[in-house]
Design a protein around this ligand. Structure first.
Ligand code: CO
Length: 139
């Protein structure tokens, strides 16, 4: 059974990262703590801490990115929520064995985390990320 440690972040897909960042920073007063390009996924992400969790803004680097279809279908919106666990690989294997549909097996993510995604069909309708921070992480 996963040992879920925290609501790590809520991710919002947006067509333009700079436009979205301007809103979250200038109108809500949040501070962007980290921006990172993930070329293997075709995305650029920005993190804004809020209390014990974070907002993750996700924008495409090109029209074949992992958020491109979502943006084309919906224009933007909550893309996934992420729960932190110390053992993503074992968790995903166990969940798959119990019948969960894994949308993406564990692989490298932002902040050098190891992340996997569980399909909305298994979670009640939301794409679920499970994320394990690197051993030296500060959060
Ligand atoms: Co995420």
């Amino acid at each position: 059974m996963p040992k879920i440690a925290a609501l790590d972040h809520i991710a919002i897909a947006c067509p333009d990262l700079d436009v979205a960042l301007a809103f979250w920073q200038q109108q809500l007063g949040l501070t962007c703590s980290h921006v990172e390009e993930l070329p293997a996924r075709g995305i650029k992400v920005a993190f804004l801490p809020v209390g014990d969790t974070r907002i993750e803004l996700v924008a495409p680097l090109h029209d074949k990115s992992e958020v491109s279809k979502f943006l084309a279908d919906r224009g933007g919106g909550i893309h996934h929520i992420a729960l932190r666990t110390p053992t993503v690989d074992a968790d995903v294997q166990e969940m798959a064995d119990k019948g969960a549909r894994i949308a993406q097996p564990p692989s490298p993510g932002a902040h050098d985390c190891r992340v996997a995604f569980v399909h909305p069909k298994s979670t009640g309708g939301v794409l679920l990320e499970l994320s394990t921070p690197p051993a030296n992480a500060t959060h």
